[in-house]
Design a protein. Structure first.
Length: 228
């Protein structure tokens, strides 16, 4: 099931920034205010969205660190992804066109795993993952283009014990959202768009990369504000 805002379909520049996008998602998920549901953000871009959503609805916030496994010659293109618990999923279709040796594939997986473990430690310290048994989880990013990396995060959270994951993203490609819907309880996406040319940034009037220092500051400010 994909739940969207009909008035935002196929439109560009519908959000001022990631915080504004989080507010719109919070309005869609008002029914979960003050509940036991948890919000998990995919760093880095998903953190500002998720923190705003969690703050508005008075929900707990955590991070689900995941990273795509990039090609040696193109750091923007990935042939798979690694999650915080070591879950690995490969895009065999892309691998078939990449021409990488098995040794190179394994090396890229190992490099990405090291990166994910480092980020997990930096963002969460020594804090253990919370018990998710019986709890609803909202997994949040700033948008979904192909959804491949997002689905790896879903798989890892399921392995960690939650059996009810809902995706919450400000914008997403129609086909990717429909594919994702088969793996989660529901998909909440304010701005659904189709077509051959899709960019997450197209939904935002103000767009810039979010670095790890910004992520740490947001998480620290969020925890401090909630008295955690």
């Amino acid at each position: 099931m994909v739940v969207d805002l009909p008035e935002l379909r196929e439109k560009l520049g519908v959000f001022k920034d990631r915080q504004d996008a989080g507010i719109r998602l919070a309005e869609m998920l008002e029914a979960y205010r003050d509940s036991s549901a948890m919000v998990f953000a995919i760093p880095a871009g998903g953190v500002p969205v998720a923190a705003t959503l969690a703050e508005k609805l008075n929900l707990s916030l955590d991070v689900a660190v995941v990273s795509k496994i990039t090609l040696p010659w193109n750091t923007e293109a990935g042939f798979g992804a690694v999650a915080f618990d070591g879950t690995v999923r490969l895009n065999n279709q892309m691998l078939g066109h990449a021409g990488l040796s098995e040794e190179e594939v394994q090396r890229r997986i190992e490099l990405t795993t090291t990166k994910v473990q480092r980020r997990f430690k930096e963002l969460r310290g020594d804090e253990l993952m919370p018990d998710l048994t019986g709890r609803k989880v909202f997994l949040v990013d700033d948008g979904i283009a192909s959804g491949f990396t997002f689905r790896v995060a879903v798989e890892a959270l399921k392995k960690h014990g939650t059996d009810e994951i809902m995706a919450a993203v400000p914008t997403g490609h129609k086909q990717a959202l429909q594919d994702l819907a088969a793996e989660v309880e529901a998909v909440y996406c304010a701005n659904v768009r189709g077509g051959w040319s899709f960019a997450v940034a197209g939904a935002y009037r103000r767009w810039s990369d979010v670095d790890e220092a910004q992520v740490l500051e947001i998480l620290k400010r969020f925890s401090s504000g909630r008295g955690a």
